[in-house]
Design a protein around this ligand. Structure first.
Ligand SMILES: Cc1cc2nc3c(=O)[nH]c(=O)nc-3n(C[C@H](O)[C@H](O)[C@H](O)COP(=O)(O)OP(=O)(O)OC[C@H]3O[C@@H](n4cnc5c(N)ncnc54)[C@H](O)[C@@H]3O)c2cc1C
Length: 470
């Protein structure tokens, strides 16, 4: 840091996508930032270089279409908000059709140079081994999915045994409006109302014996992804991938997550289903449903094909597919306030993948918000969160409360890392989707496209208003 400031610095731990963006936003707000990055002193199992914002796998930031793709919308909003990550990505773009892909070295070098050259940012190459000391009264932890063990243990001690996960065990999440309710029905097992339910909380998909056997055959034959050597094999019996359960015996799933007991098909009460797939509401908006107990290591292509065999899911659109891989992340909907601050330690924020968002862009976007919130706090200003109709606000809302915390499976955490997707946005005003004049056929698919376009337009307009009000 070669510049004096009336403000004391904000400490950012982790110089990945989120930490670099957070430090940049803090410094651009006129507040000094100290960025602590351990690579150079200690590596991770996935990073290969000492560069800031290294992309550990793909070089793609995914779709850049801001008119009808939720990832493209968040790109556009981040550009409007002066994102360093997006500026460097744009400068180092490589041809990739409708996607924004980057030259990974050029991109990381550019981020490293911009951070190093900023007069208000100091980079310290060191591992932070515990929670920030009290004198770092404003700090952001952005240490990502591979947070070093010392800090991870300290976070676990602060937040509680169940509040920090080391693996994703993700069941696929489906857009509610792509489920065929002429085949499926709403019912909780044995019509149990429970503490917060209605007795009709789950969507149920019925399978007869033939459909069940075909499904089991497809699961067993399906192509699965292996674990990397450093990930270990994190199977424990409460969380087996469904294809592993199917391999253990044809009836295993019918006595596990696909058991039909306590359920009566509302469309055909006389016939008992042989097996049932249940989906549970995943977000407060009620637009997303997760497939209960369906964590899987199947490859994405295989998942789409196999899960669409389930009656009622033939046209399912997946907000995210299932997975099981190493990932350190906290139970944000319970632990964080709406400005990403740990409720038990005001002044300490989390950003990036450790908050339970997923992906390069999403991680950087939460870094952008954490940086802005921390800078505002340092300057004695009120935080100004983006509205939920923006992609930034939709993702922030999901992490800090929008996800429903499951209370029907005591001891189980239902919060799973999430990419940005249109299911996280509030619904449009009723009557917004109207058949354009001169168009003869206006089918469900056309309505979905129009809905996405309208949500994208609303998001960008509201993002501009939000930034103008900041
Ligand atoms: C193997 C793997 C493959 C992935 N592939 C993709 C992909 O293809 N596409 C995609 O969009 N996302 C992918 N992800 C997810 C990806 O990691 C995140 O999207 C993104 O990198 C997270 O950004 P982040 O800033 O939160 O964490 P990171 O980018 O990982 O940054 C965290 C930084 O914190 C540092 N750090 C950790 N602990 C400490 C400590 N105690 N003290 C100081 N520094 C510390 C690390 O060295 C690192 O630089 C992948 C993740 C993994 C693990």
């Amino acid at each position: 840091m070669n510049h004096t400031s009336k403000h004391s610095p904000i400490h950012v731990i982790g110089g990945g996508l989120a930490g670099s963006e957070a430090a940049w936003q803090i410094a651009q707000a006129g507040v000094p930032a100290i960025l602590h990055e351990m690579r150079g002193v200690r590596g991770t199992d996935a990073h290969k270089t000492d560069g800031l914002a290294e992309l550990v796998c793909s070089n793609s930031f995914r779709s850049d279409d801001a008119t009808a793709n939720a990832v493209g919308v968040i790109h556009a909003e981040m550009r409007l908000a002066g994102s360093l990550i997006m500026a460097c990505a744009d400068r180092h773009q490589v041809p990739a059709g409708g996607a924004l892909a980057v030259d990974r070295d050029g991109f990381s070098d550019a981020v490293t140079a911009k951070i190093a050259g900023h007069p208000l940012i100091t980079v310290l190459r060191e591992e932070v081994t515990g929670l920030p000391p009290a004198e770092w009264d404003q700090a952001i932890i952005a240490t990502g999915p591979l947070t070093a063990p010392g800090l991870a243990e300290a976070i676990r001690a602060e937040t509680g045994e169940d509040a920090l996960a080391f693996f994703d065990a993700i069941a696929p999440i489906v857009h509610r409006d792509s489920i065929d309710m002429d085949i499926c029905w709403f019912q909780s097992r044995y019509d149990k109302v429970g503490p917060g339910g209605t007795g009709k909380d789950y969507i149920n998909c019925p399978l007869d014996e033939e459909q069940y056997n075909a499904f089991i055959d497809a699961l067993i034959a399906g192509d699965a992804v292996g674990f990397k050597e450093w990930e270990g094999t994190p199977y424990f019996d409460g969380c087996l991938p469904i294809e592993v359960m199917a391999e253990r015996g044809r009836e295993t799933l019918r006595h596990g997550p696909m058991k039909p007991m306590g359920l009566t098909n509302a469309h055909n009460p006389a016939v008992k289903a042989y097996a049932v797939v249940q989906l549970r509401q995943d977000n407060a908006l009620g637009t997303l449903y997760n497939m209960v107990g369906f964590q899987t290591k199947l490859k994405y292509g295989a998942q789409g094909d196999i899960f669409r065999m389930i009656p009622g899911l033939a046209n399912a659109e997946f907000a995210r597919l299932g997975g099981l891989h190493r990932n350190t992340y906290i139970h944000s909907p319970v632990l964080l306030d709406p400005t990403l601050q740990l409720k038990s330690r005001p002044g300490l924020r989390f950003a990036g993948q450790i908050t339970g968002c997923e992906g390069y862009v999403e991680s950087a976007s939460i870094g952008l918000l954490a940086g802005r919130f921390a800078a505002a706090a340092r300057k004695g200003e009120a935080a100004n969160p983006p509205p939920p109709t923006t992609a930034l606000g939709a993702l922030l809302g999901h992490i800090t409360g929008g996800h429903l915390v499951s209370d029907d499976e005591p001891g189980k955490r239902s919060f799973q890392p999430m990419n940005i997707n249109f299911g996280l946005f509030p619904e449009l005003e009723p009557g917004s989707i109207v058949k354009p004049e001169g168009i003869k056929r206006f089918r469900g698919k056309d309505k979905t496209i129009m809905k996405r376009q309208l949500i994208a337009l609303r998001a960008l307009a509201d993002c501009k208003d939000w930034l103008a009000s900041a």
